[in-house]
Design a protein around this ligand. Structure first.
Ligand SMILES: [Fe+2]
Length: 240
């Protein structure tokens, strides 16, 4: 699923990039600290919407599976705790980019990722079948729609880039159809280039070629506009 793909991808990248920063390189630390903050905000936002829009409906309608909802709620809390650790170490590393603080931060991101991947796997395995059986298409659709609406306007192009980067043509069409026409135009004219620039800046790590190996170009299929695929209307779909 597209949104989960973002968090799987970024959590792994951030840990590697933080670990690769040279001691004292505060400019690089500042750039990556901003990316870590964006990641934490994005994950909180996504979980908040699941808690608001999905869990209550499943609690009402899939009462025989209440233990699944409770498991998901508990996992969100565990993930919150790992993010709190990340957020505690982040300003310490950000200030001086000391190598030891960077290692601690990268370890915290690794710990967070283990918890996150376990949760995402279980959510896809246990929750998606319940959603298919107990929610309408419109109710499920609301998650993606609200997800886009809650992104501040000045962050929309970068968020859209993160969504579209690994999206297949159907998924891309689904999300672009939910962006106002002016937003789609902005994406085509400036957004995808801005996102590619940002990726090069963050991921093309000057110290280890490996850490930044995953460079994104505007030509990448996921960053193109107007693929014309059929609307994506099935469950198990793009945005959880
Ligand atoms: Fe979740």
């Amino acid at each position: 699923m597209v949104i989960h793909r973002i968090f799987r991808r970024e959590s792994g990248l951030l840990a590697r990039l933080v670990r690769a920063v040279s001691s004292g390189d505060t400019a690089r630390a500042e750039l990556l600290a901003e990316s870590v903050e964006e990641y934490v905000t994005g994950l909180h936002r996504h979980h908040g919407l699941e808690e608001e829009l999905i869990w209550p409906l499943l609690s009402d309608r899939a009462s025989g599976h209440q233990e699944v909802v409770e498991l998901m709620e508990a996992q969100h809390q565990t993930i919150d705790a790992t993010l709190a650790t990340v957020s505690t170490i982040l300003p310490i590393w950000r200030e001086r980019a000391h190598k030891d603080a960077g290692e601690l931060l990268a370890d915290a991101l690794d710990e967070h990722r283990i918890t996150l991947l376990d949760h995402l796997d279980q959510e896809e395995k246990l929750v998606l079948p319940l959603i298919e059986n107990h929610l309408t298409v419109e109710e499920w659709d609301r998650l993606g729609k609200r997800g886009l609406e809650t992104i501040p306007k000045d962050e929309l192009m970068l968020a859209l880039g993160a969504i579209l980067e690994d999206a297949d043509p159907q998924e891309r069409a689904y999300f672009l159809a939910r962006v106002p026409a002016v937003g789609r135009l902005a994406w085509r004219l400036v957004g995808r280039r801005r996102y590619a620039r940002r990726c090069r800046l963050v991921r093309d790590d000057p110290y280890t070629a490996q850490a930044g190996a995953r460079t994104v170009f505007t030509e990448a299929p996921g960053l193109q506009v107007g693929a014309g695929a059929a609307p994506f209307r099935t469950y198990g779909s793009p945005h959880s």
